[in-house]
Design a protein around this ligand. Sequence first.
Ligand SMILES: Cc1ncc(COP(=O)(O)O)c(C=O)c1O
Length: 407
Amino acid sequence: MSWINDKAQLELARVREAREMGVYPFFRPFETGGLRTSVAGHPFVNFSSNDYLGLTTHPRVKAAAHKAIDTFACGLSSSRVQATTVAHVELEERLAKYFRFPRALVTTTGYQAMVATIMALADEKTTLVLDQLSHACILDGTFLSAGTPKRSPEVRFFNHNSARSLERILKSRERENAMVLVEGIYSLDGDKGTLAEIVEVCDRYNAVLIVDDAHGSGTLGEHGRGILEDLKLEGRAPIVVSTFSKVFGGIGGIILGDDDVIDLIKHTARSFVFSATLPVPIVAAAAEILTMLEENGPALVAELHENAAYMRGELTRRGFDLGASNTHIMPVMVRDEKKALVMHHMLYDKGIYMVPITYPGVKPGEERLRVNVTRGHTRDEMNLALDALDELGAMCEIRVQDRPAAT
Ligand SMILES: Cc1ncc(COP(=O)(O)O)c(C=O)c1O
């Protein structure tokens, strides 16, 4: 046994404990795709999926992917530098047009897209300014660039969604060029980025704003163009990074920006240049969903919001605490790790899948169940989930009416 076995043994204590208690909730092997699936023959409805428009399993999307397999197979055995296809180029042109940016670059994951963007643009003259609740891809891109010889930008954090805190950081920065990184929707809390105020501060301090709109693309704004359309800020952020792993039905990243900036990322970002091309069947699936958004975007987005409004109304009426959420992502706050794990298991037994989010994903005392409402959920499925949550919420005393009265 070497030190790596000792390390694994030591650091997996919480995982072992959860397994021993029979409440380990992760890595369950689904037997099909889609919002309705099963594990070992046990069926359930998935309320922790990011398939917000419910299009991932649409017959048109599957047919597009099948067709692409015949021409391009499942991989191109190299990186985009020497394995770009007409399908990649066409999709990039269409994404740029749809999202109203001069240029788009398609990468293999959204995580890779953000790391690529930060690594290509930040250097020793840069201060990177991050919201304190930034997604791992923003943190990892930042730490990677901070640890890269001869680049090492300054790294600062501002209080979540606080334009005042951002302003204080920008005022006191030590480097000439500032790059501010925020998200359209923060996925653990389901709250929108306060971009109207943040854009204004960035303009005043000549800072470049990069928006990760992984959860807003296809869900926010009348046409689904994301947080910038929703807040009427289109044209006010020079770079948006997004993903195909939510609304766009598969996997893949999108970087939207000006011609030269995208060209620079394309030629210099190591996570892009030295990693394999997005497979064409996946490109074809995303392209088909883009066609659906072009044909029918407002109706698709409206149907998602109708479902979200119903679920939010019912959860609130029944006394659940949804934390800071103001979108279709509405975590049910449990605020206790054991209760979150137990509730997840009991819901799962009743055919409802809501993943528990615990430390280190969130601070101790902020544990919650991930509840993502999608356009694909039916009213009956939402009611089933609501009734199950009600019963277990009462048992675990997490609803407002179950809490002990203040003395
Ligand atoms: C805010 C945010 N940014 C980026 C990503 C990464 O996207 P991908 O799954 O395409 O790597 C995610 C996915 O979880 C995300 O939630």
